[in-house]
Design a protein around this ligand. Structure first.
Ligand SMILES: [Zn+2]
Length: 310
């Protein structure tokens, strides 16, 4: 039995996970932002409570894994800006409180480890994982090893330039991929269409229900031609970034995460488009694209998988 901890900006989730990657029990607490010592004490108690919730004696927990939204190096959180942690000796502190081996990783990397061990990436040696949400995240397995980078700083795959339009990115550069491939971008484009065409299907739907992913795809299904064209362009922008990573890492598999990757309209055309555009085209081995198996529980399962160090 293992415990996986998923630290987020709002909540900390813990799950008791068995050797098959199944969650036996789950518990959630609020994140005490900016107070790492207090938070780690809370996490230790959360571990005890989660084991109890699953009717498992804490002595049967083999190890604890944690995914953190930031840079994790040798058990230390180097920095995680949105929870206000800097140089926190996390694994050692939690291990002292729980008397268990504790492992720490970046949350995006943990999610890929979960897919690798228990999900759609099982058995693959070269994998690129892309998560599309309000931003765009990347995790990479090369030759059967997780790519960590210097001091485990990890990858910032959303921040490669793909266009020359002068859109400013929060990272300080212009025209980063995430400005075009994130769900934020999709919503921004839909809103612009609605404002320019007040009588359109999308404008009517936004007035009725508000703007979200559902409204955009509903407008598309109801025949809004501007929205359909916009979604096609959005898909092509996702493809641009994917092809860049295919050319660099030569993955056998791309795992796509984030709610939008479950949309047939987005997901279906990707594999053919990416294979057609990747360097070498048909002369190169096929790249497969799959939707992630784990969504809301990806953090917990991934963190637990990180703790399974065999
Ligand atoms: Zn950027």
């Amino acid at each position: 039995m293992y415990i996986g901890i998923d630290i987020g900006g709002m909540t900390i989730k813990a799950g008791l996970v068995n050797d098959n990657g199944e969650i036996i029990a789950k518990k959630t607490i609020k994140t005490d932002v900016g107070h790492p010592e207090k938070a780690i004490q809370d996490i230790a108690n959360l571990c005890f409570d989660t084991a109890k919730e699953g009717n498992v004696d804490f002595s049967d927990v083999v190890a604890i894994g944690t995914g953190v939204p930031g840079t994790a190096h040798n058990g230390v959180v180097s920095f995680a800006a949105n929870i206000g942690w800097y140089n926190v000796d996390y694994a050692k502190m939690l291990s002292k409180l729980t008397n268990k081996p504790c492992y720490l990783g970046n949350d995006a990397n943990c999610a890929l480890i979960g897919e690798w061990r228990f999900g759609v990436a099982k058995g693959y040696k070269d994998v690129v994982a892309i998560t599309i949400g309000t931003g765009v995240g990347l995790a990479v397995i090369v030759d059967g090893k997780m790519l960590l980078g210097n001091r485990s700083a990890g990858t910032e795959g959303g921040h490669i330039r793909i266009k020359e339009r002068g859109l400013k990115c929060a990272c300080g550069r212009e025209d980063c991929w995430e400005l075009y491939a994130s769900t934020t971008s999709l919503l921004r484009r839909a809103e612009a269409i609605a404002v320019a065409n007040p009588d359109s299907i999308i404008a009517r739907l936004i007035a009725e229900k508000g703007l979200d992913g559902f409204t955009v795809f509903e407008a598309d299904e109801k025949g809004d031609k501007e929205i359909a064209k916009m979604i096609d362009e959005y898909i092509d922008d996702i493809v641009e970034g994917l092809v860049n990573y295919v050319n660099v890492f030569r993955p056998e598999l791309i795992v796509l995460g984030g709610g939008i990757s479950k949309r047939e309209r987005i997901f279906k055309p990707l594999e053919e488009k990416v294979n057609a555009k990747a360097y070498g085209g048909k002369n190169n081995p096929q790249v497969y694209i799959k939707t992630a198996k784990f969504f809301n529980d990806a953090g917990i399962i991934g963190a637990a998988a990180l703790a399974m160090q065999d």
